[in-house]
Each structure stands twice: as C-alpha cells, then as structure tokens.
Design a protein around this ligand. Structure first.
Ligand code: PMP
Length: 426
C-alpha cells in the first residue's frame, strides 16, 4: 500500500466526508512546484486555490513572516494593536479602486470578509436586503452560503437561509443568459420580489471564480454600479479570488474602471497565510459601533507581515504584467487546441485566471461534458500537473499558475494539458 492510500484511509476515519480532498498529500512546496508525500513532483496550477500568487514560500514573504514570528505571533489587535495591521490597511486603502476615503479591517478567511462587508452595508444603510448572483460563490459561513448561487454542494441540506437574500442571474452566454437578459432580470427582481429601497448591498464577483471564471464585462459592471447609485445600494466587489494581480491588475475591478464601495480580499493577499480584508468607503466602514467588528484572531500579525511582503513582491517583480503574459501564453496554446475540437466549448478568463469549458453543441442544444473535464484533470494529474474543476455545470477546468512560474515550467504545463485533453477525447 502506498503512502497516499494509507493517508486516505486515515483521513476517511478521522475527518468528515464533507471536507473533500483530492488525495494529493503534500510534503513540501517551492515556487510553482508541489512535492507530494509519495515523492512525485507536481506543477501546481491550483496554487492553493489562487492563494500562492507569489509562489510557494516566496523568500521575501518567508523572511517577513519569520521576522514577525521572532517578535510575537499573537496579541489580539483589540488588546494590543500592532503597526503591521495599520500599515497594511493604509496600503490597501491607497491601492483599491475608488478616489474616496477608505478604511480596511482585517479578518482571516474570504467568507469572513464577505460577512463583514454585509454587516457594514447593513449598519450604514439601515436596510437588510442583499442581492447576489446565480452561480456565485461567497463562502461556507451562514451568510456566505446564503449569498452563494449554487445549491449542491454548498447550500442544500444546511437549513434555513437568512431572509431577504435574492439572486439575479449572472451573464452566462453558453448557458443562454446574455448581459441584457441578466440586467432585465435584475430589474424584474427590483420590480417584483424586493423593493430596492430595502436592499443594503449588492455583491458581485468581477470574474466568477468557483462559478467557472465567467467575466462580467465592464459594461455590465457599470450597469450594476448605476443601479446601486440609483437605489442607494452599497456595491460590494468580492475580489477574494480575482484580487492580488491574478487577472493582470491588482484588482479585477480596475480593468472595468468601476469602483465598488466595498472590496473583499483574501487568498492571494498573504501569499499562503490566512488573512482577508474588507476595504470600504470610510463612512460605510465607520457605521458599525466600536466593538461590532473584529475577532480574536482577526488580522494575525504574521499574516499581516506576509501580506506587506506580498504587495512589495507584486510591485518589485511586476506580477501584474506577469499575469497578463502568462495568460496570453496559456490562452494562445489553449485556443489553438480548441480550434482542433477536443470538445472544448470555450477558453476564457482575464490574465492568469483561465478556464477551459468542455461541452458540445450550440444554444439550446448545448450539452456540457463534465465527464470529459474530469478525464482531463485526471490526465493532467497522472502527468504531473495539478489543475482544478470549476463551473456551475462542473465541466470547466481552471488554470491558476503561481505568477512567478518560469517559461519552461509554463510550457511543460501546457504540453501536459494538451496531452491530457487529446487523450480525454479518445
Ligand atoms: N469569495 C470568493 C469569490 C471565493 O472564491 C471564495 C473561495 N473560493 C470565498 C469567497 C470564500 O473564501 P474562504 O474559502 O477563504 O472562506
């Protein structure tokens, strides 16, 4: 019995089934390479699900975290605050889209950032309604789950959702929803299901992540901004997956030239340490009373130090430009592959956030092919490349390379993806 199978058995006996695993037991990681417990060296295009944008164990991030660990690892910011938290807040306030005064609070996970964004919007507006989008993913906490626009496996069976949460369709051309239809449905929602004057917040991913790397166009985001302005609704951009250089800009909303009132960040922010942020318009952030926001572990000092080093690294190594370059290289290879067929319905996504959707047919005859996507993922894994599924139809494969990946490794990853895709059709 190999070491991975033995660990799988122990996992099955000790950890709940709902906590799904892939069987890629980790031993060590550096840059774009993950070494497994059984000794296999894998090119890691999951990047911890868009977390190690600066690569595994980036030296600058390790050094900053190590220096902080030598001083203290926890005091609780509410008890004995530390400068790193404030320095990171200042950096994010200055960098996030929107020429207005901002405040940043730090928490630990993406879901927690989303929870706090909603709390701020409700405290500021005195309203309780929230509009989210079909196919979205916002986390597994109660509010995060309620906002998420997919039942299985995220919501079904987990009981009553908080009231006054409504979903509008997100544009999904392959699924038969264009942007005009998505906007018309939003307007119907406001005319029918919920009075916009009761809506505190609208939350949108500028590029849906778990939902399949579906980009919202600049026009669509501008139209949402316009509706939020018209109805006094706080616009929240959930940049947990798109943020920190992934799409070729520090924030995906920059690409659309639209500023949300609140931006949520996590994943790439601290280069592998658990940290998330809520960057909000000052008056919205300050609406909650003292003591209403925060948490024991919120804004851990080691993670905050790592995040400052991540932001330095993104700048020093030009990782936004790197994301664009990597994205162009991947898209060129994948589009050439799609031109040959292989059941590829679409190659999409900005910067180094690229997904390949598998399916056949057009319009109402479109048939998604999740089985083929599964074979591609397995074929990649067998050849030494880790990629992840995504998409509301389960038929897309996402490529999330660390933005420090070198050209040779990137080319090898694309060779593997190509071989796995060819084989998956046979
Ligand atoms: N929002 C988005 C857009 C995400 O992609 C995710 C995680 N995939 C979350 C929220 C939740 O983040 P976390 O898993 O850290 O709670």
């Amino acid at each position: 019995q190999n070491i991975g199978d033995a660990l799988d058995l122990r996992r099955e006996a000790a950890v709940p089934r709902g906590v799904a695993t892939r069987g890629l037991w980790a031993d060590a990681a550096q840059g774009a390479i993950l070494t497994l417990a059984d000794g296999r060296e894998m090119i890691d295009f999951a990047a911890g699900i868009a977390v190690v944008n600066t690569g595994h164990r980036h030296p600058a991030v390790m050094e900053a975290a190590g220096a902080q660990m030598a001083r203290f690892t926890h005091t609780c910011f509410h008890v004995a605050p530390y400068e790193g938290y404030v320095a990171l807040a200042e950096r994010l306030n200055a960098a996030a889209p929107g020429a207005f005064a901002k405040r940043t609070m730090l928490v630990t996970t993406g879901a927690e950032a989303v929870e706090n964004a909603i709390k701020m919007a409700r405290a500021f507006t005195g309203r309780s309604g929230v509009v989210a989008f079909g196919g979205s993913f916002h986390g597994r906490t109660l509010m995060g789950m309620a906002l998420t626009g997919k039942q299985v496996p995220y919501k079904a069976g987990f009981g009553a959702m908080p009231p006054e949460i409504h979903h509008a369709p997100f544009p999904d051309p392959l699924g038969g929803i264009d942007e005009a239809e998505a906007l018309a449905a939003l307007d119907r929602l406001f005319a029918g299901a919920i009075d916009p004057a009761r809506v505190a917040a609208m939350i949108v991913e500028p590029v849906q992540g778990e939902g399949g790397f579906n980009p919202a166009s600049p026009d669509f985001l501008r139209a949402l901004r316009e509706r939020c302005d018209r109805h006094g609704i706080v616009m929240i951009a959930d940049e947990v997956q798109t943020g920190i250089a992934r799409t070729g800009a520090l924030f995906a909303m920059e690409r659309a030239g639209v500023a949300a009132d609140i931006t949520t960040l996590a994943k790439g922010l601290a280069g592998g340490f658990p940290l998330s942020a809520v960057v909000a318009r000052a008056e919205i952030a300050d609406a909650a009373p003292a003591g209403g926001l925060g948490g024991t572990y919120a804004g851990n000092p080691v993670a905050a130090a790592a995040a400052l080093a991540v932001l330095d690294t993104v700048e020093a190594e030009g990782l936004c430009a790197a994301a664009r370059r990597i994205g162009e290289a991947m898209t060129a290879r994948l589009s050439a592959l799609a031109a040959e067929g292989h059941g590829i319905a679409e190659v999409r996504g900005p910067g180094a956030m690229v997904a390949v959707e598998f399916g056949e047919g057009e319009g109402s005859a479109y048939r998604p092919d999740p089985a083929r996507a599964g074979r591609v993922i397995a074929g990649c894994e067998a050849r030494g490349l880790i990629v992840l599924p995504c998409g509301t139809r389960g038929n897309a494969v996402r490529l999330l390379p660390p933005l420090v990946v070198d050209d040779a490794t990137l080319a090898r990853a694309m060779d593997i993806f190509e071989a796995a895709t060819r084989e998956a059709g046979a």
